[in-house]
Design a protein around this ligand. Structure first.
Ligand code: CUA
Length: 313
């Protein structure tokens, strides 16, 4: 089974992954055996009972109780096994242990925000401790997204106006990719994030220092990091390429026409407003799809991004 898992599936890095995989393989292997058996029977019978001469007449058979019971009971047993196994697995997957560490997850077009108990918010980076159940309480700020970590075998829809949750317990430290598994617009395929599984001590340290780590960093350098860390570059290129939003290159100080015909000079106030209230003014030719970073970015971080934009001429 392990060899089969390695061949067919991503590494199993959560406590429940092995159970999920076992059921997956059971359904797969049973289906392959049935497919092979039925295919063989069809070919064999069509050869065995082929028409041998002109007066070869097929006998009329109305029914065969024994045969009919056999082919009804075997699938019924298989389906009941899958149901029982799947249902207990589903209960395990949906019932988070009481001592779970809780993290709030917000899906936005097109990024993932993670809110921790300390008030720290990270974008597209989920930090969790190893060997401890983690429960994610999730919602969306706009459209339907789906939170998916293949390595942990968890996937759950993330909806606006309603909370959904998943839980997992990572069994080894390292990184695992997070996907959005529900088509949610232009940059859906870029709605990627990473799970960082730390040892318990490293996680505590990360939680304590997160957010203050960049306190004495140079503003331009910090701004550049923030643009990547907050997934601004999913929609705004830094080399002039047109993505979902206007490129950052040559943006600073330029005059832009808005959708309502207003001409705006890109300065501190405009950039700040665009970050906190992205839909207040929309550049002509673009869609109003940017999420607000209000509550995510501090004033100092917004200043740093402004300093960085100034360098992209
Ligand atoms: Cu969010 Cu696809």
């Amino acid at each position: 089974m392990n060899r089969l898992s390695e061949f067919m599936l991503p590494p199993a890095k959560s406590t429940l992954a092995a159970e999920t995989d076992a059921l997956f393989h059971f359904i797969n292997v049973t289906s392959i055996i049935l497919l092979a058996g039925i295919t063989f029977a069809i070919v064999y019978f069509s050869w065995k009972y082929r028409r041998r001469s002109e007066d070869d007449v097929t006998p009329v058979i109305t029914h065969n109780n024994k045969l009919e019971i056999t082919w009804s009971v075997i699938p019924l047993i298989l389906v009941m096994i899958v149901f029982g196994w799947g249902f207990t697995g589903y209960l395990n997957l949906t019932t988070a242990p009481d001592d779970s560490y809780e993290i709030r997850v917000v899906g936005k077009s097109w990024l993932w925000e993670f809110h921790y108990e300390t008030g720290h918010v990270s974008v597209n980076e989920l930090h969790v401790p190893v060997n401890r159940p983690v429960k994610l309480i999730m919602s969306s700020d706009d459209v339907l997204h789906s939170f998916y970590i293949p390595d942990f075998r968890v996937k759950m829809d993330v909806l606006p106006n309603r909370y959904t949750s998943v839980w997992f317990e990572a069994i080894e430290t390292g990184e695992s990719i997070i996907y959005c598994a529900e088509y949610c617009g232009n940059a859906h395929s870029n709605m990627l994030a990473t799970t960082y599984v730390h040892s318990v001590e490293d996680f505590e340290t990360w939680l304590e220092t997160a957010g203050s780590a960049d306190d004495d960093m140079d503003p331009v350098e910090l701004g550049e990091q923030l643009v990547t860390r907050n997934a601004c570059d999913t929609c705004h290129s830094t080399d002039g390429t047109r993505l979902q939003g206007p490129s950052f290159q040559g943006l600073w100080g330029s005059e832009r026409e808005m959708q309502d015909g207003e001409i705006v000079t890109v300065d501190e106030n405009y950039v700040r407003e665009s970050i906190l209230e992205p839909n207040a003014r929309i550049t002509a030719g673009f869609d109003p799809v940017m999420p607000s970073y209000s509550g995510t970015l501090s004033d100092r971080q917004i200043d740093a991004i402004i300093e960085y934009l100034k360098t992209l001429q």
